[in-house]
Write a protein that binds this ligand. Structure first.
Ligand SMILES: [Cu+2]
Length: 192
């Protein structure tokens, strides 16, 4: 009985050492799986990109896109209120934030039309609670040269101020992260 207890008592440290050795071996291995770079979508075969809107954020917290690729967005509103996924530069986000003030105190019913601000090169997807919207869209090549980078934001009144914005990370077709001209812009709430 004593022998059995001793065996049990010594088995723990031995297993721990074996476990540590396996962890060290795994960390030192060059065969660790890497996240594969995105395969850029084409008009014939758009790359699928899922964006889940919640009250009041997005999943994922960063959206990877390749300039020039064609994607098909699947925007799912998992929140309880209307949301949108607006892709564009920070200047364009600010322009939409002002443009969508017409939605304040809008009567019940369909969301009023909001004309795009001048020079808008992004896209806008408005999705009701519990709904999903699919949209095929081609990322402008010029996105890589836009100062401050691109973002996904929601401008249903009050949502941007709640922090409903995540960055877009532009990568090349090999998965290399492209530099943001001038550094990434910081979201702020524009004065109306
Ligand atoms: Cu929203």
């Amino acid at each position: 009985m004593q022998t059995a207890q001793r065996r049990i008592a010594t088995a723990g440290p031995v297993l721990a050492i074996v476990g540590m050795a396996l962890v060290i071996a795994a960390c030192g291995s060059s065969a660790m799986p890497q996240t594969p770079p995105p395969v850029p979508g084409t008009s014939a075969a758009p790359r699928e990109v899922n964006i889940i809107a919640r009250d009041y954020t997005y999943v994922p917290t960063r959206v990877d896109l390749v300039p020039g690729e064609t994607v098909v967005f699947h925007v799912i509103n998992g929140g309880l209120v209307l949301h949108e996924a607006l892709l564009g530069t920070m200047d364009q986000q600010m322009a939409w934030e002002k443009a969508e003030l017409v939605l304040v105190d809008a009567p019940p019913g369909p969301t009023p039309e909001v004309p795009p601000p001048a020079g808008f090169t992004g896209t806008r997807m408005v999705v009701a609670s519990g709904q999903r919207l699919d949209l095929t869209w081609t990322v402008p090549f010029t996105a890589a040269s836009d100062p401050g980078g691109w973002f996904v934001g929601c401008h249903i009144p009050g949502h941007w101020a709640k922090g409903m914005v995540v960055p877009v990370r532009l990568v090349d077709d090999k998965g290399n992260v492209l530099p943001v001209p001038g550094g990434a812009a910081s979201p702020s709430v524009p004065s109306s």
